[in-house]
Design a protein around this ligand. Structure first.
Ligand code: NDP
Ligand code: 8X3
Length: 250
């Protein structure tokens, strides 16, 4: 039977690179995001390699999540792999200067969004006693850096949820893994700095950052181990990055 993967945040960066790699490996795909045009483009391209369906919804809107997942065609309902990847940082400010709308966005998307999607997909996994959930955390899940306060809190929550899922789903034979990247050159900083592309570029200047394809490779490695092998937690940095704040720049 063909493997089916459900990828949130497939319209860009890590999620898109993972979709592209999975398509090459003949994994059937459910691709999710808010930007419909990008979903359509990706579907058109990857359908040359595998079966693809798309779901346009905002992970932070509970009813949208539930309705979208309920609307899946019959042949896409057995989900073997869930990649909880959708997420972003919004802003980079001290706690005293932080913007409450940014805080809401990060907690609603990175934490509650991950929960809404998981809640809608887990039942068919527990029913079958089979499945794999990959949660994309961050080095911000392990450490806290200046001005990272709420984004780091949201990713610490992902780390805790990853552990909680592992404990609760263990008796159902479901594998759960978290991958925690350091700096990956994607649209992440464009979003964090609200479209200030020049500022976003400075985040990846002067050293070789991780590329989305590097993380896709790792995700593929993790999900293709034999079923009795579950990599729980994987932290990956660019070679030039020692910690969230120590970078060996030119
Ligand atoms: P991108 O900005 O390139 O991609 C983010 C993806 O998430 C997009 O596909 C976007 O799709 C989707 N997304 C964002 N908000 C929502 C929402 N409300 N509902 C549905 N989808 C949403 O960033 P990355 O690829 O870098 O980020 C992917 C994950 O990796 C995130 O969880 C991020 O925190 C994490 N990460 C990133 C690192 C980095 O340095 N880049 C390092 C460590 C972790 P759309 O806008 O179409 O909805
Ligand atoms: C994204 C990388 O360093 O901004 O999670 O936390 S960082």
């Amino acid at each position: 039977m063909k493997t089916t993967a459900f990828i949130t945040g497939a319209t860009s960066g890590i999620g898109k690179a993972t979709a592209e790699l999975f398509a090459k490996k003949n994994i059937r795909l459910i691709l999710c995001g808010r930007r419909a045009e990008r979903l359509l483009e990706l579907q058109k391209e990857l359908s040359k390699l595998t079966e693809v369906t798309t779901l346009q919804f905002d992970v932070s809107k509970r009813k949208e999540v539930e309705a979208a997942i309920k609307s899946l065609p019959e042949n896409f309902r057995k989900i073997d792999i869930l990649i909880n990847n959708a997420g972003n940082a919004h802003g980079l400010s001290t706690i005293q200067d932080g913007n409450i709308d940014d805080w809401d966005a990060m907690l609603d998307i990175n934490v509650k969004g991950l929960l809404y999607v998981s809640k809608a997909i887990i039942p068919q996994m527990t029913e079958r006693n089979n499945g794999f959930i990959v949660n994309i955390g961050s080095i911000a899940a392990k450490d806290v850096y200046p001005n990272g306060n709420v984004y780091c809190a949201s990713k610490h929550a992902v780390n805790a949820l990853n552990k909680g899922m592992r404990i609760d789903l263990n008796k159902h034979n479901i594998r759960v893994a978290a991958i925690h990247p350091g700096a990956v050159e994607t649209e992440f900083s464009d979003v964090r700095f609200k479209g200030d592309t020049e500022r976003a570029k400075t985040v990846y200047a002067g050293y070789k950052a991780l590329q989305a394809e590097d993380i896709a490779d790792i995700i593929y490695f993790v999900v293709t181990r034999p079923y009795h092998v579950n990599i729980e937690d994987l932290v990956v940095y660019p070679t030039a990055q020692a910690t969230a704040t120590i970078l060996n720049k030119e």
